[in-house]
Design a protein around this ligand. Structure first.
Ligand code: 8NA
Ligand code: MG
Ligand code: MG
Ligand code: MG
Length: 354
């Protein structure tokens, strides 16, 4: 199998950054009106040339801050680069130190307790604070999934992708409905990096991996304890397959079946569906936007946890289409985009070395 090129690594991190920074503007709104979103995006484009205007034609510059999604993604990447492999103690330390340095990035309500415990010198097992969350049930939020893209950008072997996606998520998310979402998101990025997979093959492969991932005792008992049917991620992937066979799917059906919430189960499948659906044109989204842009626009238009769903779909779409589809004016609107490009190059070098 040919090795993926640097453009896909840069596309992945840039797509993730765009999804977070653009999505954060609309996060938490139950309804996002498409005309408002499109008009906001128009404002990111370079100002039209004005007669004698000094800033004529220039981009507007870094203005959109990233949130917890990117802050934690960066810690994952920085840890992998510093240690040249997954190291749970180093990664946990980076999550906690990053939170201490900038606590106002919009973290989930409960996860900050994990950071506080990790910062204590008494903490000797870095997985313990996550296990204690929610009276020992562990978090099923999407925080493990939102930050995981660095794992498949370092490990090319699919068993490694699953293993380290799970461990990286378990530092904060001990419920299998949390860490299985991270495994699914990591697998999606892994597959997107491969050359030209069809929609159908992409989804079939995800389903067959997740049916295996979700069949272990803990996944079965966690799902039952929360009142879900068995293999809940796999089931939603099959629902996505049904949706893709229809000529159009109303937003209300997507929200009902897949969701737009902060639980991994109500957001990771939505991100994957958005990526696959937006491979094709959308009658509601202007045709001059490319597939990567369409993916991010579609995710945000669903409302709810817009930054996190768009960052996950953006990572997948960016890995699939590569940096050619990343519009410079959008990218340059995001905080720390140049550092993101440097990190992508370093990840690519590590991936090639391994
Ligand atoms: P988390 O572990 O705090 O989980 C997020 C939330 O999910 C918790 O605060 C709970 O409300 C709920 N939850 C998770 N597990 C359980 C459980 N076992 N029982 C009951 N409730 C549970 O943090 P996270 O890192 O997973 O969160 C990520 C999300 O929070 C991202 O969207 C991120 O951007 C951030 N965020 C979300 C919003 C929003 O409301 N859309 C706003 C700001 C920040
Ligand atoms: Mg966020
Ligand atoms: Mg080690
Ligand atoms: Mg969010």
């Amino acid at each position: 199998r040919p090795r993926p090129g640097l453009a896909r690594f840069r596309g992945c991190l840039a797509g993730a950054l765009l999804g977070d920074c653009l999505g954060a503007v609309f996060e938490g709104r139950s309804v996002v009106k498409l005309p408002e979103l499109l008009s906001f995006l128009k404002g990111l484009e370079p100002a039209p040339p004005e007669e004698g205007g000094e800033a004529a034609g220039s981009a507007r510059g870094e203005s959109l801050p990233y949130t917890d999604d990117t802050a934690m993604s960066r810690s994952v990447v920085q840890s992998l680069l510093a240690k040249q492999e997954f190291d749970e103690v180093d990664m946990a330390k980076r999550f906690a130190e990053e939170y201490k340095k900038e606590p106002n990035r919009g973290y989930g309500m409960a996860v900050v307790n994990v950071f506080k415990k990790l910062l204590s010198p008494k903490c000797s097992d870095v997985f313990e604070p996550a296990r204690a969350q929610f009276n020992g049930k562990g978090s099923y939020g999407n925080g493990g999934a939102m930050r995981v893209a660095g794992i498949p950008l370092v490990y090319s072997d699919i068993q490694d992708v699953k293993k380290f996606a799970k461990l990286s998520a378990e530092l904060t998310h001990a419920n299998s409905l949390g860490y299985n979402g991270a495994i699914l998101q990591a697998l999606a990025v892994h597959l997107a990096l491969q050359e030209g997979l069809s929609k159908e093959t992409f989804l079939e492969q995800l389903i067959s991996h997740m049916e295996h991932v979700e069949a272990d005792d803990k996944s079965l008992s966690d799902a039952r304890a929360l009142g879900f049917e068995d293999l809940p991620f796999s089931r939603r992937l099959k629902k996505i397959k049904e949706f893709l066979e229809l000529s159009s799917v109303p937003k209300a059906d997507v929200l009902f079946e897949l969701g737009n919430g902060i639980a991994a189960l109500r957001s990771v499948p939505t991100a994957i569906y958005s990526f696959l659906r937006c491979m094709d044109a959308d009658p509601d989204i202007p045709a001059h936007y490319n597939a990567l842009q369409r993916t991010i626009i579609y995710c945000i238009s669903l409302g709810g946890d817009t930054d996190t769903i768009a960052t996950m779909a953006g990572a997948i779409a960016g890995a699939y289409y590569g940096e050619e589809q990343v519009p410079p004016s959008w990218e340059q609107s995001c905080e720390a985009f140049q550092e993101t490009q440097r990190m992508a190059k370093s990840l690519y070098e590590l991936y090639c070395q391994r």
